[in-house]
Every structure is written in C-alpha cells, then in structure tokens.
Design a protein around this ligand. Structure first.
Ligand SMILES: [Zn+2]
Length: 386
C-alpha cells in the first residue's frame, strides 16, 4: 500500500463518524436496493433505464450518522410513491435544574436514544438529532417509525433533542445537520422541499375527517404541530422555518438537483365517488382463478385509511364462487390504494356481488351498484337471470 493510500485510509477510518457511517451502510445494506447509489457509477447503457438518471446526478450525501436500532417500528417496503413528507419534532421531556442548557441537551440526547431502544409506549423515530449535530438512525428508511400518529406511513420522523420554548435548542451544528439530512432525503425520496401552510384545522391542507375531526394532508417539510394541533406544538416558535427550508433547497441545488415544489392542495377527500370495485381480469372462466379489486382514491389516503376500514363482500355467501385467499393491500401510493381478493369461479354460471364498503371518519361509503359478473360458458339465459 502506498504512503498516500495509507494516509487516506487512516484519515477516513480515524474519524469516528466515518466508522459510524460504515455501520449505517452495513445495517441498511441488505434491505435497501436504493443504497446502491453509493457504489461507483457504471458506464451509461445505450438505452438508459429510469434509474440511470440517479447515477448521473448523485443526491446530496447524508451527514454522518450512527446506527442504534429502535425497539418499535413497522417493517415495510416503502418507496418514493408512498412517502411524501418529513416531520420535525423536539423531544421536550425532563429538564434538570442547576445544569446548563448544553449539559441538559446532551443528557437528553443519550436519554432519548435509550428511550427509543426500549419503551412501553411503542414510540420511535427514524432519526434523533443531538446538539452538536450528531445523528442517530434508529429506523430504516424503508420502514415505518412510530413518531406522529396518522402520519407515520407517509413520513420520516426526526426528533431534535431539545425544548421548543428554548431558542438555544437550535444550535448552528444541529441546524446544519438537519439541513443536510433533509436535503438528502428530499432528493432520494422525491419529497417537496417546502413547508405546506396551515394545520389540520386551517389552511388548504386541512381535511375533514368524520363529523367533528380533522386531519392534515400536506406533503413536504412539516412540523408535528401541523398534523396534531390539538395536542402538539413542536418544534415550537423558535424553529427558523424560512431559513431552514431555504437552506435545504440551496443544498439540493448545490448538488445539481431542482427542489420539488409543493403540489396544488387537493380538495378534501371525496371518497363517496372514489371507491371502485371490479374484476381485474377481462374474462372470468369456470374452474379458473380470478381477482376482485377494490380501488380507493383520495388525497393522502395512505395516512387516512386503515385496512380495518375496508369491508369486502362476503364471498362465502356468493353462489358459484369461492374465495381462495384473504383480501390484501396489493398496491398503494399516497393517493391510491388497491385491495385484491383472490377468487375462483366454481361453475359456468353468472353471479352477483354486493358493494364493498369503506369507512372514512365516522361514515361508511360503498362502491356503488350490485355487480353482476358473467362467467364464460354460461348460457345467455342464465347470464340475465336476476
Ligand atoms: Zn413531536
């Protein structure tokens, strides 16, 4: 090994944070194909695949991070289609009198990491930020952390250690790390690098939910107070939103990307007209498998609709059909969820299926009319039977 190479390795490996980054890459490695973007670029193919774009302009690199796994999270295979926001928090929590702000903040940093490793409230976050810009990764990017109730599936949760009411929480080092982390996530996960206005109660992203409830429904860089104005105020009045979002966009541009703007705010979920049910295949044949689909469309559905809110027809009671498996969530994006039920036509006879039902807030909506399904080979007379 030459002198130069030795010195380079010594420099890289001598820095604790660089070691920590290696640990993060190793921990993520098997789960995330997207992490391949740190490998050396391949020569461009003649017919560039969509991913080739990523190779030509790398994302801004993430800041150094250490990996400590959280005790609570939901395993998932999230993609940019299902993630559209980053939620910023302050941890709040205990304050020790007679101890400096710095000491309190550092103590809280270690305390929060330990808390997310194991706690009896099933909470966690993707990232915990320390006062000197330290970052601890606790949940994989593709998995869902338990940080902000109904926004977990669509968001990254970042816990900044500190207190919203204390301006000294926002150290320059923590802000700089936060900017770097968010610029990296915004590019890699195609998240708008702007803060949408308002809260669950007011503004263009406020969405009625049931009779007397509201949900926030905007993508981008968010504060916890926006989705839970009823019980949360973090990251608090001293967080420099304008400076922060401007710096995230500047860093994204520095690496040759254009920040993604906020989309037009969509009208409130119009689920009544956005539930469709049908047969996936063109033709249903006796003795063959086919698929019943329920498609639900609406802004930000991934955060609003739980699987238990979908009621499928009772196929055990449909003549000439048998269910060969359970309903499952086949495809989802932030605005569209498709459920599928695998079925089998037992005879060459037409059958009828009652509408699917979907609950949003306190209301049940249905997929429309009773559906009549013809089976290939069934006689015309039978097909028209009531
Ligand atoms: Zn919070």
């Amino acid at each position: 090994m030459s002198m130069t190479a030795t010195r380079w390795w010594t420099t890289v490996l001598g820095v604790g944070m660089a070691m920590a980054m290696g640990a993060v890459a190793a921990a993520h490695g098997q789960d995330e194909a997207a992490d391949d973007e740190y490998a050396p670029a391949e020569p461009a193919p003649t017919e560039p695949a969509p991913m080739a774009r990523v190779w030509q302009i790398p994302s801004p690199p993430p800041p150094p991070m250490a990996w400590v796994p959280a005790g609570h999270f939901r395993k998932a295979q999230r993609t940019p289609a299902t993630v559209d926001s980053i939620v910023i928090h302050t941890t709040e929590g205990g304050w020790r009198q007679g101890m400096s702000h710095e000491d309190n903040q550092f103590r809280a940093f270690l305390g929060n990491i330990n808390y997310f490793k194991r706690n009896d409230r099933s909470v966690s976050a993707h990232y915990v930020m320390g006062p000197s810009g330290e970052i601890c990764v606790m949940v994989n990017e593709t998995d869902i952390a338990h940080t902000q109730t109904y926004y977990n599936a669509r968001a990254f949760g970042i816990e900044c250690v500190g207190w919203g009411r204390r301006p000294e929480t926002w150290t320059p080092e923590m802000l700089e790390s936060l900017v770097q982390l968010c610029a990296y996530l915004c590019v890699k996960w195609e998240i708008p690098a702007y803060q949408p206005e308002g809260t669950a109660y007011v503004g263009p992203w406020s969405t009625p939910f049931g009779e007397s409830d509201y949900r926030f429904n905007g993508p981008g860089l968010l504060g916890h107070y926006q989705m839970q104005p009823w019980n949360k105020s973090d990251p608090g009045p001293h967080f420099p939103w304008d400076e922060f979002t401007e710096r995230v966009r500047a860093r994204i541009r520095e690496f040759g990307h254009e920040p993604i703007p906020l989309p037009e705010a969509r009208p409130a979920l119009a689920v009544g007209s956005a539930i469709k049910a049908g047969i996936k295949e063109d033709t249903v044949r006796a003795g063959e498998a086919f698929t019943y689909q329920v498609i639900v469309e609406g802004a930000g559905l991934v955060g609003l609709l739980e699987d238990s809110h979908v009621r499928f027809p009772d196929f055990a009671r449909v003549n000439y059909v048998s269910a060969t498996g359970r309903p499952w969530r086949a495809v989802e994006s932030t605005n569209r969820i498709v459920y599928e039920v695998p079925l089998m036509a037992t005879e060459a006879r037409a059958f009828t299926i009652l509408p699917a039902m979907v609950r949003v807030g306190e209301h049940w909506y249905d997929s429309g009319e009773v559906m009549r399904v013809n089976v290939a080979g069934a006689s015309a007379a039978d097909s028209q039977a009531p």
